[in-house]
Design a protein around this ligand. Structure first.
Ligand SMILES: *Cc1c(COP(=O)(O)O)cnc(C)c1O
Length: 354
C-alpha cells in the first residue's frame, strides 16, 4: 500500500524500524547500562509531593536550570535542558545538518549518532576503532583539516559505548584544535563512572558541546533528562531551535532530588567499579576476551557461541546486549555492570553455561 505522501528522501536509506526491547521488568537488566538498583529513594518521595497544579501546568525551566547550572559549575546561559541526550543529538542535527552535510563519527559507537544524521540526509563519514578499540585519532584529525570540506559535526562518546574506552584529554585537545569548522560533540553519558570530563573547556572552545544524562548513574532513564553544555553564543543558537516544552516537569523534580542526595550516585559508582573488576577477573578466568572499560559496562567476546549463551542467560532471567554489528561478526556482547550481588549472580550463571 502506498502512503501517497512522500517522506524525506533520506528516509528511504534508513535501516528498517526495530522496536525497542519490551518486557524487561523484573529481570536482571544488564542490557541497557541503566542504574540496575533503581533511582535514588528520594526521587519517589519528591514525586509523591507533586501537586495537581504542578502536573496541570506547562513546565517552567528557569529555577531548575539555575540549580542544575550551579551543580555542574556553569552559567545558566551555558546549559540547555533536553529530553534525554537523544533530544540533544536531534537538536544538534536539526540545527546544523542538511541534505549532504558531512557528519563524522567512529564506529562502533552509540547508534543514535548515525540514526539522527542519516534521518536528516547527512553524509555520514564513519571511521573505525581499531582492533585494540583505540579511537582513530590520526584519521579524524585528517578529516577535520579538510577546510571548507570538513564535516559540520563530530560525535564522540567518552567513554565510548559499547567499547568502554576513553579518548584521552590530550587527544581531545588536538581534535578541538583541528576542528576549525566542525562542532565537536563530546557525549559524557558515563562521566560519573569515568571521572574524565572536558566540561570546563566550553569556555575556551567555542565549537565544543558537552552532553550529560540522568539516564545512567542517576537512575532516571524512564523520565528522560539530559543536559547540553556549550559556550553562551552556541547555546543561544541551539535554544532557538529547541522545542519550548521539551522536558517535562516531573523529570525536573526528580533531578533535583538526585542532586539532593549526591551520596547515592557516589555509592553506586563505587559499587559498580568494584563489580566491574570482579567481572573482568571472572571473564579472564573463563577465557572470555574483554576490553578494559571506564564505564558501567564491559564489552566481551563470547565468540560463535554468543547467541546460545545469551539465550541460556535469558532463560535464567538475565539480559545482556548482543552487539554482532560492532565487530562485523558474531561474538561481541555488552554486559552492564550492576551491584555486586547482581554481578555475582551473572558470573555464577555464566560459569554454569560456559
Ligand atoms: C545511554 C547513552 C545515552 C543516554 O541517552 P538518554 O537519551 O539521555 O537516555 C547517551 N549517550 C550514550 C553514548 C549512551 O550510551
Amino acid at each position: 500500500m502506498s502512503l501517497r505522501v512522500a517522506t524525506r528522501r533520506s528516509f528511504e536509506r534508513l535501516a528498517p524500524y526495530q522496536a525497542p526491547v519490551e518486557g524487561r521488568a523484573g529481570k536482571l537488566r544488564l542490557d541497557f547500562n541503566e542504574n540496575t538498583e533503581g533511582c535514588p529513594p528520594g526521587v519517589l518521595r519528591a514525586l509523591r509531593r507533586l501537586t495537581r497544579e504542578q502536573v496541570a501546568m506547562y513546565p517552567e525551566y528557569q529555577a531548575a536550570t539555575r540549580r542544575l547550572a550551579r551543580f555542574f559549575r556553569v552559567r545558566p546561559e551555558e546549559l540547555l535542558l533536553t529530553n534525554g541526550v537523544d533530544d540533544a543529538l536531534r537538536l544538534m542535527v536539526d540545527t546544523f545538518v542538511e541534505e549532504g552535510t558531512g557528519v563524522l563519527l567512529a564506529e562502533p559507537t552509540f547508534t543514535m549518532y548515525r540514526f539522527y544524521a542519516a534521518l536528516a540526509g547527512a553524509q555520514v563519514l564513519a571511521l573505525r576503532y581499531d582492533r585494540a578499540m583505540r579511537f582513530p585519532l590520526d584519521e579524524a584529525l585528517h578529516v577535520l583539516r579538510r577546510g571548507a570540506a570538513a564535516p559540520r559535526l563530530l560525535f564522540i562518546a567518552n567513554p565510548n559505548n559499547p567499547t568502554g574506552t576513553l579518548v584521552a584529554p590530550g587527544a581531545l585537545e588536538r581534535i578541538l584544535k583541528a576542528a576549525s569548522r566542525t562542532l565537536v560533540v563530546v557525549d559524557e553519558a558515563y562521566f560519573e563512572f569515568s571521572g574524565v570530563t572536558v566540561l570546563p573547556w566550553i569556555r575556551r572552545h567555542e565549537r565544543l558541546v558537552v552532553l550529560r544524562t540522568f539516564s545512567k548513574a542517576a537512575g532516571l532513564a524512564g523520565l528522560r533528562l539530559g543536559c547540553l553544555f556549550a559556550n553562551r553564543r552556541l547555546a543561544g543558537v541551539l535554544r532557538t531551535a529547541c522545542s519550548p516544552f521539551n522536558v517535562n516537569s516531573v523529570a525536573l523534580v526528580a533531578a533535583e532530588a538526585v542532586l539532593g542526595d549526591p551520596g547515592f550516585v557516589r555509592r553506586y559508582v563505587r559499587q559498580v567499579t568494584r563489580s566491574r573488576a570482579e567481572l573482568q577477573k571472572a571473564l579472564e578466568r573463563l577465557g572470555i576476551r574483554a576490553y578494559p572499560s571506564a564505564a558501567n559496562f564491559v564489552l566481551a567476546d563470547f565468540g560463535g557461541r554468543a547467541p546460545e549463551l545469551l539465550r541460556g542467560l535469558e532463560r535464567r532471567g538475565i539480559l545482556l546486549r548482543d552487539r554482532p554489528a560492532d565487530l562485523g561478526r558474531r561474538g561481541p556482547v555488552r554486559i552492564t555492570v550492576g551491584t555486586r550481588a547482581q554481578t555475582r549472580r551473572l558470573i555464577r550463571e555464566l560459569e554454569k553455561l560456559w
